[in-house]
Design a protein around this ligand. Structure first.
Ligand code: AMP
Length: 173
């Protein structure tokens, strides 16, 4: 985990002033670290009866589909509006400035599915909370949410309430 943390690159004032962007591309480019990150993400959920992994556009697609492969289950993309070609459920959520929305295909999951949500990073938790709502709209259950990075000071896990939250690297400030 120390090597993983050392490879995360801080980009100040991206994408806007005041935000320190946690750039995971150096981790993704390193095969051993990428493998270690994926193994860490799925570790608590190996015996949780997960039947599908859902990942948020776009960096959640990278870690989520690898986690799905490692668990031997399928991957469900949660996409920005207008990207999925079939009928969708949609959930809108607030951002620091403005709002955003995510969609899921209406037939992507069923009530017999147990889903692990995966994204690169949890900040305020708005994206993850909207993703949980989308999964629930599909009738499926949630095993938990897994993130490579958690920005503890933004208290994102509080908005996820009773959902188990697992993060590999924590930043206190
Ligand atoms: P939030 O909804 O506030 O928890 O934000 C989480 C989403 O925004 C994730 O999909 C992240 O990829 C992205 N994000 C938020 N803050 C950062 C940050 N400081 N560095 C990199 N990505 C971020």
């Amino acid at each position: 985990m120390d090597r993983l943390r050392a490879k995360i690159r801080d980009i100040p004032n991206f994408p806007k002033p005041g935000i320190v962007f946690k750039d995971l591309t150096p981790v993704i480019a390193d095969g051993r670290l990428l493998g270690a990150a994926v193994a860490g993400l799925i570790a608590p959920f190996k015996t949780a009866g997960v039947t599908a992994v859902a990942g948020m556009e776009a960096r959640g697609f990278i870690f989520g589909s690898l986690a799905a492969y490692a668990l031997g289950v399928g991957f469900i993309p949660l996409r920005k509006p207008g990207k999925l070609p079939h009928l969708t459920h949609q959930v809108a959520y607030a951002l620091e400035y403005g709002s955003a929305a995510l969609e899921i295909h209406v037939d992507a999951l069923t009530a017999s599915d147990t889903v692990l949500l995966v994204d690169d990073l949890i900040a305020t938790g708005g994206t993850a909370a909207a993703s949980c709502e989308l999964v629930r709209k599909s009738g499926a259950s949630i095993a938990g949410c897994a993130f490579v990075i958690e920005l503890d000071f933004l208290k994102g896990r509080q908005v996820l309430a009773e959902v188990p939250v697992h993060s590999l690297i924590h930043y206190a400030s």
